[in-house]
Design a protein around this ligand. Sequence first.
Ligand code: ZN
Length: 195
Amino acid sequence: MSSPVPDRYFRGGAGRLSLDFVRTLRHRGEGTETEMLPDTAALTAWVAQFGPWPSAPRPAGVGQDAAARGLREAVYELIVVARSPQGIHGFSSRGRETVNSAALSPVPAPHLGPSGSIRWHADDPTSATLALIARDALDLVSSRAIDRVHECANPGCQALFLDSSRPGTRRWCSMNTCGNKAKKENLRGRITQPG
Ligand SMILES: [Zn+2]
């Protein structure tokens, strides 16, 4: 049995749902690579944290974690090729199939209650959230926003984020984590430097 995932466990703030999802594989391609979605319990926790649900969503089913990891890697590949000189044409047909098929699933539907509040519903909250991710990724790579997707300047992070600052000079995935760390290291460097 897998151990329970604490509330608000996952890092967000990348500016787009698809980018927040992509960073669930941390330190991609390095020796310290860390899988944040190893099982259905972790996927359910991600869906609860990032989906529009008013309460805990129905847990992910058997195999949906593998499907989610597959989609994540396809979305990552899509964003990488879209940012490269060759552009979206370089996207593999396998990746295209994975993203397209996830985008086909129904997304959460709004439901207006008698008190005037909106609640979101889906028969399968996991696949509905994966559909939102796939649609978000397709929207991102086919819009000019893709030019504003950058890699975090912290070498230990390298998470992709959308820079929505007006001058377009944001360097960190999050000021609270990587930005703050860099500021502190910068300060420490200045203090320990002679002269
Ligand atoms: Zn970062």
